[in-house]
Design a binder for this molecule. Sequence first.
Ligand code: SF4
Ligand code: SF4
Length: 251
Amino acid sequence: MGSFKDYFSSLGSGFLSLVKGMSVTGKEFVTPKITEKYPENRETHHIPQRFRACLELIYDKDGNHRCIACGTCERVCPNGTISLETKMVDTWDGKKKKKLVRYGYDLGSCTFCQLCVVNCPTDALTFSNDFEQAVFTRSKLVKKLNYLPDKPEPEPTPEQRAKFEAEKAAKIEAAKAAAAAKAAAAKETTSSAAPATASPAAPAIELDEKAKKALAACKGDPEKEAKVRAALEKAAALKAAKAAQNPTTEK
Ligand code: SF4
Ligand code: SF4
């Protein structure tokens, strides 16, 4: 009895499953077709703009790209897909500048994460939506993105050159002023140290009348007399040294 009931139960669930499947099939049967007839529709086929197919350097209408060869994209790429070759060049204002020689990109190892694009400081990169990238050998997936010929460094405008010359002259003047101030400070230090070196000449000092009177007042007190004599001799030595340095003013 039990097996009879099970038989009809499984028959019912099988029928329900069949109806469910047929409803999906019927729904798809009446839905408009979206199958692409590629490559027959190559001319009319629409690929969304956001589709990431291949990395590109953006060139302007004059054939210039904005890459400054900073290497950020190469560093942030998690797969080592980007390899840059760079060189240093001299600019018109006497500075050094890094320049791109070769922008290597291996499409075969790119995961289209776009980290290189969003981290580029000059917005020099983008992704094309050209999806037809199939080739027969992997080596052909390694591309050079800077495909246009390299251009010479631009000449400065008259305004740029005039500004540069003015800044250069200002820097020279500032350096001269700093050197002069340094020399004056060194001279001042030397002159302030001169009395100390002049002290060995002290024995030649002659005490004037005022000094002699001061010494006479201390007569009988050798200790006081020695102190006064030392002070007077020191003052006389300083005066003599000053007179030797400025012979015209210290008469
Ligand atoms: S991050 Fe941008 S500017 Fe720097 S090397 Fe890459 S493409 Fe050039
Ligand atoms: S999209 Fe990602 S994987 Fe591809 S080159 Fe840029 S950083 Fe590397």
